[in-house]
Design a binder for this molecule. Sequence first.
Ligand SMILES: NC(=O)c1ccc[n+]([C@@H]2O[C@H](COP(=O)([O-])OP(=O)(O)OC[C@H]3O[C@@H](n4cnc5c(N)ncnc54)[C@H](OP(=O)(O)O)[C@@H]3O)[C@@H](O)[C@H]2O)c1
Length: 328
Amino acid sequence: MFKAIVVDKVDGQHRATYEHWREEQLPDKPVLVEVAYSSLNFKDGLAVTGKGKILRSYPMIPGIDLAGTVIDSDTSEFKVGDAVVLTGAGLGEDYCGGYAQKARVDTEALIKLPTAFRPQDAMAVGTAGFTAMLAVAALQKAGITPDQGPIVVSGAAGGVGSIAIAILARMGYSVTAVTGREELHQYLRELGASDIISREQMPQSARPLESQKWAGAVDNVGGQILAKIIAETKGNGAIASCGLAASHELHTTVMPFILRAIKLLGINSTLVTKEHRLNMWQQLSELFETTFWEKISKTIRFSQIPEYAEKITKGEIRGRVIVDINAE
Ligand SMILES: NC(=O)c1ccc[n+]([C@@H]2O[C@H](COP(=O)([O-])OP(=O)(O)OC[C@H]3O[C@@H](n4cnc5c(N)ncnc54)[C@H](OP(=O)(O)O)[C@@H]3O)[C@@H](O)[C@H]2O)c1
């Protein structure tokens, strides 16, 4: 028997409870992992609280990230004893995830834990950090270089935002952070933001084209802020659209795309080849040292997941949350 959080629908009502499961209750997948750490992402918050439709079936163990050790394997790619990490790719959405002491997982996105990371550091990265790396890599591929001007990052103090700021700053970009939390300005500066603007300064754009400020952007919030960023992006600029923490809506016109040749780059942390996935982890390991992951994360106990799930849906989390699965 092992411990898990199980989300179910009972008489149409959402319910998340701590249960003891048997291995046989897990899905039929090729690799069995003893989970050491998981993490908390925006999606996990929605799944645990029931505020968003994330889970494809019930009952389901949520948790879109995990790091742990292989304890059984049907494939030659992974051996018993391998330290592994898995972020996204259906885990904790399509099939049972990381909020349990054991998980049976697919191998498409499973990788061996890169040597530069302890399991808890890999969970400080998690889906959020991996997405931030994908977003910056997409901007680079679109030809955005540090000499072209500042990059604006929205949802700055959250998981994706914090790591995106730090990656960009370490790569030599000048970064402007958009945040709703004045008390976190110092934190954002320490990550590498050279300028900070408040959410209120990014209201709905009156015009589709405004004065040009940004060479590029990493947007985590959608809605009015993304519309404003698009209107303010310089000619040939690019925006990596990662999230919808404010809204899934986007009201704009085609003018910025036609008259300024702006590119809106969709980022999806699941639709990634294993080669690109390994590449992103390699870049993260070259950019950061262990102390960075400690600085931007907080470790919570397994029993605190519901409390922190609520917080992340309210935009109250700073940086990343690591879940110590074996700490009561
Ligand atoms: N595309 C992908 O593959 C992928 C992967 C991971 C995450 N995501 C998405 O990316 C977004 C951010 O994820 P995360 O893990 O970084 O979440 P997070 O830690 O909760 O960060 C979200 C941040 O957005 C800002 N925010 C929250 N509510 C807002 C509102 N109503 N208006 C404006 N800003 C608001 C807050 O930043 P401030 O306090 O600094 O303002 C908050 O910290 C989510 O929508 C998530 O679903 C997408």
